[in-house]
Design a protein around this ligand. Structure first.
Ligand code: UDP
Ligand code: MG
Length: 316
């Protein structure tokens, strides 16, 4: 059926992974060599400050299938993934982490789905032992909130381990070029025939996680704001609520106006309560303005400083 061999691009984001990289390469290489498809192993060095770049240069020198895109500084995991997709030349693209939490053993199964014509393959983790209880609970909470607030649907437990066809990747290259990004969200909402594959997330082989709970929280906040306008409508609900309360207070005041000026406590409570709601809403509007501002500035999502084994130099 297949006339020529197709190529798989494996995109791996790297940030200070000097310990994990050799292990990743040694594990992935034999699996990649055993595939029916040709492949390229595309590492995106996200401004690592350790020996990662030296290691990548070494791998690229000894293995032409290893390609490297290096950023001028750390731009974050989201930027690294999209840079990998931008520079990948394959008929199918898989994004994965360098710490072997995303098992390369899943690649044959992914290829099968790509061959069946799937455009988007989400890898859903069954267990995340290494993440710890707090991360698992906050992750579940995040998905519950975003699915309630957003009209697009998110697969809970979906990870940054996923695959897209050439056609789907093209959509990500030309559209969805937002600055405040959530690639997983775009991937799940561009359509195409979808498939999910379960995998068991392993422990990180070496080094440590680069995502702190604080970083995850601000990331989650931004994602919710980018995928939902509902918080903006809070102002309308609060306004209606305050209006109704106003009518009740007005009637009450009319009926009790004969007595002395009582109701001091009522006034204080009302003012505090109303201001609290008001400031909360102003804060939410501020968050949206911050996102608008960063989109308007139109700064690059990433800046490439160096590439290895890549002919074309695309920069966005
Ligand atoms: N990563 C990156 N840039 C960053 C932070 C992380 O490219 O600013 C990479 C990191 O090297 C790893 C992947 O993104 O390959 C996932 O990061 P990590 O394993 O630290 O996150 P966790 O799996 O703990 O959520
Ligand atoms: Mg990890």
């Amino acid at each position: 059926m297949m006339t020529e061999t197709r190529t798989l691009s494996v995109v791996v984001s790297v940030y200070n992974e000097e310990q994990a990289l050799p292990l990743f390469y040694e594990t992935a290489k034999p699996i990649l060599d055993g595939l029916d498809w040709d492949y390229e192993l595309l590492f995106v060095n996200d401004g690592s400050t350790d020996g990662s770049m030296a290691c990548l240069r070494r791998l690229a020198a000894q293995d032409k299938k290893v390609k490297v895109v290096a950023f001028s500084r750390n731009f974050g995991h989201e930027a690294a993934m999209i840079a990998g997709i931008d520079h990948a030349s394959g008929d199918g693209i898989v994004c994965m982490d360098a710490d072997l939490q995303h098992p390369p053993e899943c690649l044959p199964e992914i290829l099968k789905k790509l061959e069946e014509g799937c455009g988007v393959i989400s890898m859903v983790r069954t267990k995340n032992k290494s993440a710890g209880l707090l991360k698992n609970i906050t992750s579940a909470g995040f998905y519950a909130v975003i699915n309630a607030l957003s009209d697009v649907k998110f697969e809970p437990n979906a990870s940054d381990f996923f695959a897209v066809s050439r056609q789907a990747a093209q959509v990500l290259r030309t559209n969805y070029r937002e600055k405040v990004r959530f690639l997983r969200g775009y991937v799940q909402n561009i359509g195409f025939e979808k498939a999910t594959i379960q995998y068991e997330a392993r422990d990180r082989v070496a080094g440590e996680s680069k995502y702190s709970i604080r970083k995850l929280f601000s990331f989650s906040m931004n994602t919710i704001l980018c995928f939902s306008n509902l918080p903006l409508k809070l102002g309308i609900y609060a306004g209606v609520f305050a209006g109704l309360l106003g009518v009740i207070v007005m009637i009450y005041t009319l009926f009790t106006r004969k007595g002395a000026p009582s109701g001091y406590a009522t006034i204080v409570i009302l003012i505090c309560f109303m201001f609290a709601i008001l400031f909360l809403i102003v804060g939410i509007i501020g968050e949206y303005i911050a996102i608008l501002f960063s989109e308007l500035k139109d700064r690059p999502v990433y800046v490439v400083e160096e590439t290895e084994n890549i002919e074309k130099d695309i920069e966005r």
